[in-house]
Design a binder for this molecule. Sequence first.
Ligand code: F6R
Length: 619
Amino acid sequence: MCGIVGYIGSLGGPLRPLQVVIEGLTRLEYRGYDSAGIAINAESGIEVRKKAGRVENLNALLEAEPIPEGKSAIGHTRWATHGSPSDLNSHPHLSPDSEVAIVHNGIVENHQELREELLAQGASFSSETDSEIVVHLLGKEFARIGDLEQAMRNVVKRLEGSFALVAIAHRDPDRMVAARRNSPLVVGIGEGENFLGSDVAAFVGYTKLAMAIDQDQMVVVTANSVTVSDFDGNAVEPKTYEVDWDVNAAMTDGFDTYMEKEIHEQPRAVVDTLLGRRSKNGELHLDELRIDEAELRAIDKIIVIACGSAAYAGHVARYAIEHWCRIPVEVELAHEFRYRDPVVNSKTLVVAISQSGETMDTLMAVRHAREQGARVLAIVNVFGSTIAREADAVLYTHAGPEVAVASTKAFSAQIAAAYLLGLYLAQLRGNKYPDEVATYLDELAQMPERMASVLEQEDAVKELARKMSDVESVLFLGRHVGFPIALEGALKLKELAYIHAEGFAAGELKHGPIALVEEGLPIFVIVPTPRRPLLHSKVISNLEEVKTRGARVVVVAEEGDTAVNDLAELIIRVPHSTPTLMMPLVTIIPLQIFACELARQKGYDVDKPRNLAKAVTVE
Ligand code: F6R
């Protein structure tokens, strides 16, 4: 997730392109802040200024090295995915002849193949990014045919994955050409000037009239016109709309809070985490692998270390990895791991899960594990973070920046990444045949759609939260992969709404917690699919036990599961035929919405819960 901005116009004086783009980048910083950059189409040629770090670093550079004026400008604020956060990996990228510049948001899945093709033709690259490949292709095509629009059309047909691209060409200074697939792109329509952005926050201070660019469409923008077409060149009727958001609402995409926005971004976070993982011959690969494959084949134990929500994602990972790979998996809170003298050796794979990649407890546990001879694989969201750097292998979640302190989309992305790891190991160690791995990956690819269908039940869950806004205690019950989701549901409620909440393994109920159940106590029950009759019937029994003791039961159950029909105050349905192991990606969503809405009812700041920090960098 990166932010892109474009401006072209003849109004407001020669400094306007610079001013609009810098302002847009500042507003888009929530989409990424690893680097910022601008390119201006000046008379003397395209000029680029770019710098690692936040927009303020770019501003300092622009003071030291002022950029010439021009009629159009493009800008980018980066959330690193391919290549570390550095000046060289920053956007915009220039073609080798400096004729064309682009900014890119997305992930080009077939970048390796295209890179090899370009290298064979004598290209050399100055960055590690997938985006530089695109500008090489575009520069070559533009040099060949001299038409930026057609050149873009020809190039996007060669790209796989996700992209929102904006390009300018020195010899074609009166237009910007943009294209999108799977990454957002909107046009802002002004008078005598037009804008492009990843979202309306990029330009909402200048115009409220916007135009949505749909999947596999291109747009050519001049100071006075906007023309939309599909990738085959067929004209498309543009869809314009009035933006009724102020700047703050635009930054949260119309939601009142980042937490709500990030809950809704979860399908996207999972799509992005899955992108680009399969090579041409169908094999799965990780991002950075500094462990010999023979060593990975020889491991006889996995220990997942993490804290908080990341640890609950680790619990889900255990069910999947043990089932697919038949390797014993332990899950341990990172701060406990280090102090209990764990049995770890060179045949142990330690999997560290962390959104920030900077959690001190997890980092210390990683160091301890490595000192004991274990290999460490990190599942991390922030590119180039300390844990990612110190691990022997990295699998990045591509959730984009998570601004709200409590984890939502990073949690889902961690679970998706854990499935990928399980399938990778199953493939490598021969536990699953390639066609079996492919079937699981296909199922995984369907999960974002299933998640979106659960988000559609948001209103009913919010209504429930409003009805329960004065409750003092809530219990969550689950079995199998529903158990860590019960724990995560309780954690969300504690940290956002500051009320007592506990998650239990449903089978544990009769061993103690049932004593807590009294008239009116809300209990959420995550019900496994009836396709697992043994598990299902046990949870239904638990449900009946708490119901008869007067609990207010809320159920998360599969569509068509009639056994729950008369047992609950509200039934939230998750799609039928979701694979059991992948259920957590859908069952967590209502619990997040419930906690968020209940906290909002109490008037709390859900983005910044009291006493908590986004990255816990102390032990
Ligand atoms: C809960 C939450 C925390 C983090 C934990 C680990 O909503 O956000 O429990 O999951 O502090 O943080 P990372 O993943 O950055 O290591």
